[in-house]
Write a protein that binds this ligand. Sequence first.
Ligand code: FHN
Length: 622
Amino acid sequence: MKIILKQLYYICICFIVLSSCVPSEREHTKTVSQQEFTDLRFGMFIHFGLYALPAGIWEGDTLPSGTVAEHIMRLKSIPKEQYRQLAKKFNPYNFDAHKIVVLAKQAGMKYIVFTAKHHDGFAMFDSDYDDYNIKDGTPYGKDILKELSEECKNQGIKLGLYYSHVRDWDEYHSVDKYGNNWDWDKNDANRNLQTYLDKKVKTQLKELLTNYGEIFCLWFDTPGDISKEQAKDIYDYVKKIQPACLINTRIGAGLGDYGVMGDNQIPPGVLDGVWECPATMNHTWGFHCADSAWKSREDMLLQLIDLSSKNINYLLNIGPKDDGSIPEESVDRLKEIGKWVIENGEAIYKNGPSPWFQEMDGIRVTTGKDALYIVLLDKCMEAITLYGLKSEVIKVTDIHNEVSIPYEYREVKDLDLPELKIKVPDNWKEKIFPVFKVKIKGQLQVNDRPGQMSSGNIILQAGMAEVIGDNGNLQISGMDGVIDTNNWPYFATKNWNSTKDYLKWDFFVTEPGLFHVNVISVSTVRSYESYKKRWESIYQNNNDFNKLFFTIDNQTVSGTIKGKVQISHIRSAYRPEFINRFGKIRIEKPGNYTAVLKAGFINPIDTDGPVIYEVQLEKVQN
Ligand code: FHN
């Protein structure tokens, strides 16, 4: 079976997946407002500003698709005074706050985050700081944020505000690596971030927090080199005005009330705590007229389902056009997404993540009160098998009715492992991501360890491994709950620079046979092009590649981590993943096994070392 994990719902390829950790015992201590945030699960991001006017084209030159149009000022080094002229033409007369809030609700979204001020420094609200704002500086002449905030209030949806608190290309004192270093010299020692924070940021935050009612969250971005004191000062400043306002971790310096993943970044396992993943519908955030790489409705639904099962909110972006209208492609998709979300919301909102750490084969799991929800992603599966559910199952139904669906529940002999097998109803083939509701008695309890899944495959994920070594360098990123500001892929190996360090898994096999061993490596940078450049500079010939050995009992296979053959997976669109084939291993009998992944050679020039998500044991024969 091939391990190609994209759009499997309609291509009907059997999905490989991953298994589990110890989540029913995992702590999810949250404050009331953090819990409220998590319960919402799905929000709308709106990137709207002056950049919608050029829409990715400057002086006849189109930014390539894949670049983000809201960065046009930086990408084209447009002088401040020239960029400012855009305000004089900005007239989003078709911006209809009512319609936008209706659309968000139709999509099943429960909150909206609006760009009050992006990196270009232009305020999309009425600000006394200066006239460079939508009310005083444009022919539109109205406070768009006022309109939106009133609509949100009238229609009962929460409003959060994006505010670029460090990077501001209109401000001399905004010191940042990607700041305005074309109008001003980046080494100019008179530039002082604190001056900008005190003068502009605080003035505008005060306006935002006093003139627009209750602000659900402040969505800061690109913290750059903000110091701990500066970030803390801004944090306290916000809380003093609106104590209930949640602040995201992009405020910087490890502060914040909820974590934000990298843009479009999806981890391979369940996160503890309070999380959100900001995501685009194509590549850009602000409207880009040449970006036609629209994700399909299924892609985005998959992401929503996948993220919910991992305890992460989905903040999906729209980028209005310069007249304020929403691109049709976004509107159509949101309406379609909404049909599923509203019908199956019971499986998403207010639910906890999967009690198993790893992604499951062809399914995703969420937990509700007295029930598990199992979303079927792979239409080809005739039955699904869940190992390790210890709680008593009372009934299995379709999420929409009370009619029982046949299932078997038994203890797997000699493995001390409960097995729940549910037949997929024949008429589910036509449905998009149908959902089982598994009613359970008492407290949810699972035995969470890696092992075989419905497809027969076994995934040994780095996040499930025991890390063994003598210098303590090798880590699994994110396991300590620390947000990696360098955006290292979550639950992947990090700092694997000693051949004495290795990973070890104990796992179970219920259906033995012959398995292909595939080691999945992941890029530490977001685009394939950057990854390739880095890769080519390090690896010139065959002996340069990192070499790993994988052993189960007395069978060992080996291979190099070449990062050449890309795989497609829900989580890999912006974080390239690669399959490295290591050969075959036969497992003769059902039972408990131990596997290790060791390094034979690590290229010292490759300071990242092998960055591994998982070892896939792909069953090819009984
Ligand atoms: O540079 C911005 C980008 O334009 C966009 O706003 C995203 C949204 O998460 N944040 C920054 C990059 O991470």
